[in-house]
Write a protein that binds this ligand. Structure first.
Ligand code: BTN
Length: 248
């Protein structure tokens, strides 16, 4: 298998307006007997964009990229976080190629530039037996929007003072994603893990966290294959799920 040939007959579906590109991707998988890997759904205006943990994703019409890519990784459910890693790393490479510095991955997979979030990822898996049959990789990337209602958001234009062509950016990103997906398909887990930790905000550093009952400081020592954050608090090692902990 050659590099760059995983997404065979790439299909790009442009939508004017939709509730959520992830939902659209899910319904596509339901009605079609075959969906080619790399099929991408991109919306100019997403009316009910969904974020992680039941949150919503706000994006002004026509200013940003809101899209979903379908892959069929057929990897074990216990390896699912590898998908998050390759997607987050693709966004980091993509930003670095645009000359943007100070990028990092905030666990589990938010993309930050310094203290501000530029992109979010919502991964949804469709399982068959103990394998991942299809994955919907939903990405919201802030591009040309300059006013945000949330304080900690940023965009490409806010950082570089220049406007971008959304279609060109999307094509560039998909190419990088495809390359990273190849790393996963060829079982290069050590390469993926090393790159993820290298870009992980606060890795091997002491950070503040909160649970429903307490606030505490702990050192980030890694991330499990299921995506749990591995922490060292005093002498104690612990693994926390995204539902159990907030990274302050
Ligand atoms: C997050 O940071 O909470 C994840 C945000 C993911 C947003 C994208 S936009 C395209 C795709 N469709 C959705 O409804 N959500 C994702």
């Amino acid at each position: 298998m050659m590099l760059n040939t995983l997404f065979h007959d790439k299909k790009l579906i442009h939508l004017q307006e939709i509730d959520s590109t992830n939902e659209y991707a899910k319904s596509l998988i339901k009605v079609l007997t075959y969906v080619s890997e790399g099929t991408t759904i991109v919306a100019k205006n997403q009316l009910h964009g969904r974020g992680q943990m039941g949150s919503s994703w706000e994006s002004n019409p026509c200013q940003n990229l809101t899209f979903s890519v379908i892959i069929s990784p057929k990897i074990l459910v216990v390896e699912q976080f590898q998908i998050s890693k390759i997607v987050a790393l693709a966004l980091i490479s993509f930003l670095n190629q645009l000359g943007i510095k100070n990028t990092s991955i905030k666990w589990p997979n938010d993309i930050y530039i310094k203290e501000k979030k530029i992109a979010g990822i919502l991964i949804e898996n469709i399982l068959k037996n103990n394998k991942i049959e299809h994955t919907i990789i939903g990405i919201g990337l802030n591009v040309n929007q300059v006013d945000f209602t949330t304080k900690n958001a940023t965009s490409l234009q806010l950082i570089t003072s220049q406007a971008y062509d959304l279609n060109i950016l999307l094509a560039n990103f998909i190419e990088i994603l495809e390359r990273n997906y190849f790393l996963l398909k060829s079982n290069q887990h050590a390469v993926i893990n090393e790159a993820y930790l290298k870009n992980l905000l606060g890795f091997q550093k002491e950070r503040k966290f909160s649970t429903s009952t307490e606030q505490f400081k702990a050192i980030i020592i890694g991330v499990s294959s299921m995506g749990k954050l591995q922490l060292q608090k005093d002498e104690q090692l612990m693994e926390m799920d995204i539902k159990e902990i907030t990274f302050l």
